[in-house]
Design a binder for this molecule. Sequence first.
Ligand code: PLP
Length: 361
Amino acid sequence: MRKRILNFNAGPAALPLPVLEQIQEEMLDFKGSGMSILEVSHRSKWFDDVINEAVVRTKSLLNIGDDFHVLFIQGGASLQFCMIPMNLALEGRPVDYINTGTWSTKAIKEAKGLIKDVREIASSEDKGFSYIPKDYNVDEDAAYLHFTSNNTIKGTQWAKFPDGGKVPLISDMSSDFMSRSFDVNPFGLIYAGAQKNIGPSGTAMVIIRNDMLERVPGDLPTMLKYTTFSEKNSMANTPACFVIYTINLVLKWIQETIGGLDKMEQINKEKGTILYDFIDSSGFYKGTAEAGSRSLMNVTFRLPTEELEKEFVAEALKEGLGGLKGHRSVGGCRASIYNATGVEAVNDLVGFMAEFEKKVG
Ligand SMILES: *Cc1c(COP(=O)(O)O)cnc(C)c1O
């Protein structure tokens, strides 16, 4: 069999090998159904078990109970940019946003098209979004405070989440969801496009606190209301069955093979330390995010010239290391080291980086 590459793609991204193997193994006959999971009815017991298991695993990993609903909504993380203000804004009250890059900017733009009083209470745009802002004042009256927990493109991450006081937090966790443990209780809503850290593309996972559902205006279109999804266990219409099935397997892998989110976090910290320590010790590679704001998921760095960056990405691919090109909007290089990319892959990457530096530096 041809060797699989070490996958540093930003999303869609690497999936755990045991998950891919299980998909392959049960592809032609899912649990004795005589059909693949792609072919069974979403109204069948087979699929019901899958979606229920995914919900139970999510709640168990995040240590949450019946105060929260776990929803699967198509349209990616991007649809949430408009669903959140449509569903959760409150008449006569502001909504607060912290701007830490491309994805926050898009979320703010969507909110501004729908809500009168959108406040950008902090931004790191002054330094090219290379850091996480520390000074901000949350309006006590705000209907919610929105932030992006990990900035996939610029390589920054909130090490400690903002304190909203009584204001419910809302976070786009697309690129670091299930990478670490945290207290979910201050959050009114969390959302994540599946294709970064928990599965293939095709759905977002949305965790919503019960009290938020009371805000949903009755006159919204059916498929844009959170209540449509919470009341029907995400099956008001046909859900992204294969994606949800894969998410369930990824969550099972985190629980049973890794041993939960504390362990996952430990591994992710180890990976980040290996890569950042190497970059810091080299005069050749330069990290682009400020030291206290660095992401453990997307490690962004530059080489001395764009020519060398091109050569680096091409040479790496020849050696079986894929996906190291930075986002097209910022250039440079980026190694996305999500949950499924292990310590060994990061060690191999550092080995290649050292070799490359020796050769051309
Ligand atoms: C990738 C990404 C998105 C966009 O996700 P889609 O599912 O493609 O809409 C939004 N926010 C963050 C933080 C991302 O990394």
